[in-house]
Design a protein around this ligand. Structure first.
Ligand code: NAD
Ligand code: IPM
Ligand code: MN
Length: 357
């Protein structure tokens, strides 16, 4: 039975890193007889340039009709002056929202070979394995009303709405409790319940559900402290669950614990289990076109796709083992380079993973 995958390379380094992940997918397809059928579409600035909007309804429908989506990154200075509704980022938010991809898993795992690449002391990050569960289709990213209005005194005012309904909180909370049950049984919910009502409710819902998960130890932490604890003693965490904006920020911080944002993959799932997979980083305009971006976050996202959407655990493990082997051999893209290692390009890193497979 064939499995359809839509590839959305996007902008900046997106096409460069996705090309490497596609080669890896083709390799495991041949090796494990997965029957993958790849198609390609446009999103972000790439779609704006071609169709005048960051995600067409045709592309959205085509993506929704596949078994999984692999995305690179969107955005860049070329499109930064466009209005909110047609900027590249809007295409990403639209596909997440329209496909109902509320559960965003961002695993921050330190490959032991990269302990020196982290900006933290090796002993602080050694053995790090945490999972950030980020709510992805609600919160201040989507709350209404929003906009920029002109006040009576002629001054402009920007405004957004931080809103979460009980049902939205409950479904992401259950996702996180279940993830914690399968891991080390520790769940830390991150909020700002000392200030924001939406997160007072968030905390109440988590507490209400906790007795249903007796094997999970639930704790709460304010987001400012959580940011600090992540860089002070990150191994105290197992699973962290939080809203859309806090999850965005904390996951970038967690990325640095693993050596680079170029190492952090993600999976975004909806209620039916359909998923989109993308690295946590953006289109990196500062290095786009130079062939030096780290493709591993995207390659590891492809592994997550095989695991969660395509029922191909063996192929997923093979990719993760290949990445580890390549790191063992000392190859490093610039972002994870340390003295004595061999600096390689995006394409060389991708080719090395393929060779290791
Ligand atoms: P960014 O993640 O693109 O880059 C931040 C820094 O990390 C840069 O110095 C960049 O060179 C580096 N970096 C990122 N990915 C890397 C990789 N794979 N290998 C090596 N280095 C890497 O964040 P930004 O600069 O704040 O945003 C740039 C653009 O990307 C913006 O338009 C933003 O909206 C967009 N963005 C998109 C996504 C996404 O598509 N999911 C995520 C974040 C930002
Ligand atoms: C991410 C990005 C996006 C987000 C932007 C580009 C809309 O930063 O995937 O982390 O904030 O969710
Ligand atoms: Mn982000």
């Amino acid at each position: 039975m064939s499995k359809k995958i839509m590839i959305l390379p996007g902008d900046g380094i997106g096409p460069e890193i996705v090309a490497q992940a596609v080669e890896v997918l083709k390799t495991v397809d041949a090796k494990f007889g997965l029957g993958l059928e790849l198609s390609e579409g446009k999103i972000g600035g790439d779609s704006i340039d071609a169709f005048g909007e960051p995600l067409t309804d045709e592309t959205l429908a085509a993506a929704g009709a596949t078994d999984a989506v692999l995305l690179g990154a969107v955005g860049g200075p070329k499109w930064d002056q466009l209005g909110r509704d047609i900027r590249p980022e809007r295409g990403l938010l639209k596909i997440r929202s329209k496909l109902g991809l509320f559960a965003n898993y961002r695993p921050a795992i330190l490959y032991p070979q990269l302990a020196d690449a982290s900006s933290l002391k090796p002993e602080v990050v050694a053995g790090l394995d945490i999972l950030i569960v980020r709510e992805l289709t609600g919160g201040i990213y989507f709350g209404e009303p929003r906009g920029i209005r002109t006040l009576e005194n002629g001054e402009k005012q920007g405004f957004n709405t931080y809103v979460y309904s009980e049902s939205e909180i409950e479904r992401i909370a259950r996702t996180a409790f279940e993830a914690a049950e399968k891991r080390n049984g520790k769940l830390c919910s991150v909020d700002k319940a000392n200030v924001l009502e939406a997160t007072v409710l968030w905390r109440e819902v988590l507490d209400r559900l906790a007795p249903e998960y007796p094997n999970v130890e639930l704790s709460h932490m304010y987001v400012d402290n959580a940011a600090m604890q992540l860089v002070r003693a990150p191994k105290q965490f197992d699973v962290m669950v939080t809203g859309n904006m806090f999850g965005d920020i904390l996951s970038d911080a967690a990325a640095m614990l693993t050596g680079s944002i170029g190492m952090l993959p993600s999976a975004s799932l909806n209620e039916t289990g359909f998923g989109m997979y993308e690295p946590c980083h953006g289109s990196a305009p500062d290095i786009a076109g130079q062939g030096i971006a780290n493709p591993l976050a995207t390659i590891l996202s492809a592994a997550m796709m095989l695991r969660y959407s395509l029922d191909a655990e063996e192929a997923a493990k093979a990719i993760e083992a290949a990445v580890s082997k390549v790191l063992d051999s000392g190859l490093r893209t610039a972002d994870i380079y340390t003295d004595g290692m061999k600096k390689v390009s995006t394409a060389e890193m991708g080719a090395a993973v393929v060779a290791a497979l």
